[in-house]
Design a protein around this ligand. Structure first.
Ligand code: ADP
Length: 494
């Protein structure tokens, strides 16, 4: 990585940011702004437009008009593909600039951010661009006197509300298939991660997205996000974030136009290590990365470690050693393994879970405190808490921070019961050298993604989505199109 370039980019002032509505940059309707605080040092990085309900409504109106007049949905899919491919090239060409800006705003370590943010977003846009002209309808096997055609039509105006941990990766998981399908979009970034989404949206315009096809409105969730959820003109709402917000979105849909709502609501993912795992050293190293990279602010983070009792103490010691070796700190130093926690609020939340566990007599094996406080930034030591009981808050609630809860088990049945003992069902892992057990566990664990002898590996070709209270619908893969395409039957008498 080009250290000199990173140093130069991190010193650049960041201009105050306006919304992007109908192809133009606009301030909030009432002139309001809000700070973007850098978690690197706790200082104000720049200011963002504090969106109003009127701003959200203006963006929806622009998106509605752009959808209805066919400036995008009416193009041949191959034409949409060209624009999206060009957009991906522009994002990739500025990857380092975009990544550094994002790190300054959300604190993810640059090594991960570069790959997982602009480069991943470019790859996602390309994947869906390439698929745009390969989405065929169907001819139904009807009787000879009728023709049943099944069309797949773009669903209309999409509201997309995204979080701060991977704004571009998750944003592109929504934007790629929505735009490739021919929908128009109003995107609401998280309060603490808006700048890079605005930047790539501008590149989209430069690539040829017509005005109004992609609009970005910054501001507070309960104002801008709620306005999208309550809108009568938003046809589909896609969301990644907390369960509490997800519930509000479903209520708002019920109160308004019954828009379809797709939710990705995080997890409390079990990482199950059996004594017969092929390589316990490797399992410990990968498990540490699976919870501590991006300071645990990962939807699929392996935040519950379940270890067979016969290897428990050794394994926990190995894992704690990895946690202690991790370089935590300045996220713009390429050697950093875990950067800053996104915000003071998120840091406080993680610490409060640890305090609660400590007070309940659980064992803090390593970490457990804020570090590097003199920088003014929000940093937390990778934390391992052992002897966690199944009913503890640390075993049931998503922390979204660098905190691993460890619980021993004795039998496969007990491992399954513990693994499934949460309201969530997003991701999981099983470490075993026994092939039959691996397949049995994949079947028995209720989650949208089960890793075997690894954690966190994946690519765009496979779907990501939760069961139980982790949500519904899927990001990634061709299945993601299902959210943005309506089926329409034409029944023709012959
Ligand atoms: P997290 O805990 O990950 O910050 P949130 O659900 O609070 O999860 O935030 C995810 C996204 O949801 C952000 O873009 C945020 O602004 C938005 N949001 C928060 N509250 C609401 C709400 N009441 N209505 C709509 N969107 C919201």
């Amino acid at each position: 990585m080009d250290m000199a370039r990173i140093a130069a980019l991190r010193a650049e002032p960041v201009a105050p940011a306006a919304h992007l509505i109908d192809g133009t940059r606009r301030p909030a309707s009432d002139g309001g702004t809000m700070p973007a605080i850098s978690p690197i040092d706790g200082q104000e990085l720049t200011r963002l437009a504090r969106g109003t309900r009127a701003d959200a409504e203006a963006a929806v109106t622009a998106a509605r008009r752009a959808f209805d007049d066919g400036r995008w949905s009416g193009l041949a899919p191959a034409e949409r593909k060209k624009v999206l491919l060009k957009w991906a090239d522009l994002v990739e060409a500025q990857a380092l600039e975009i990544a550094v800006l994002g790190v300054r705003e959300n604190g993810t370590e640059i090594g991960m951010a570069l790959k997982a943010e602009p480069l991943s977003a470019a790859a996602t846009l390309r994947y869906y661009a390439e698929a745009a002209d390969k989405l065929h309808g169907e001819i139904a096997p009807t009787a000879a006197d009728a023709l049943g055609l099944v069309h797949r039509e773009p669903a209309g105006v999409v509201g997309a509300i995204v979080p701060w941990n991977f704004p571009l990766m998750i944003g592109a998981w929504k934007l790629g298939p929505a735009l490739a399908a021919g929908c128009t979009v109003v995107l609401k970034p998280a309060e603490t991660a808006s700048l890079t989404l605005l930047r790539i949206a501008e590149l989209g315009l430069e690539a040829g997205l017509p005005p109004g096809v992609l609009n970005v409105v910054t501001g507070e969730g309960p104002v801008v996000g709620a306005a999208l959820a309550e809108s009568m003109e938003v046809d589909v709402l896609v969301f990644t974030g907390s369960g509490a917000t997800g519930r509000r979105l479903l209520e708002a849909a019920a109160r308004s136009n019954l828009k379809r709502v797709y939710l990705e609501l995080g997890g409390k993912s079990p990482n199950v290590v059996f004594a017969d795992a092929p390589d316990l050293d490797e399992a410990a190293r990968v498990s540490a990365a699976g919870i501590f990279r991006n300071s645990g602010q990962v939807c699929i983070a392996g935040s519950r470690l379940l270890v067979e009792r016969s290897v428990h103490d050794d394994f926990v010691a190995k894992l704690a050693a990895h946690a202690e070796k991790m370089q935590v700190g300045d996220p713009l130093d390429p050697a950093t393994a875990a950067g800053a926690v996104n915000s003071q609020a998120q840091l406080d939340r993680s610490l409060s879970f640890v305090d609660e566990a400590r007070a309940a007599g659980r064992r803090i094996v390593t970490g457990g405190s804020r570090i590097l406080e003199d920088t003014g930034g929000f940093y937390m030591a990778p934390t391992v808490v052992a002897d966690v009981r199944p009913d503890d808050p640390l075993a049931r609630e998503e922390v979204f921070g660098p905190v691993l809860a460890v619980t021993p088990f004795d039998t496969e049945d007990e491992a399954v019961a513990l693994a499934n003992g949460t309201d969530y069902g997003l991701a999981a892992a099983v470490w075993t050298g026994n092939l039959s057990r691996a397949h049995r566990m994949v079947r028995r664990i209720r989650a949208g993604l089960v890793h075997v002898n690894t954690y966190g590996g994946s690519d765009l070709t496979v779907p990501l989505g939760g069961v139980k209270q982790s949500g519904n619908g899927h990001d990634k893969s061709l299945h993601a199109f299902d959210k943005f395409l309506d089926l329409k039957t034409a029944w023709i008498k012959l």
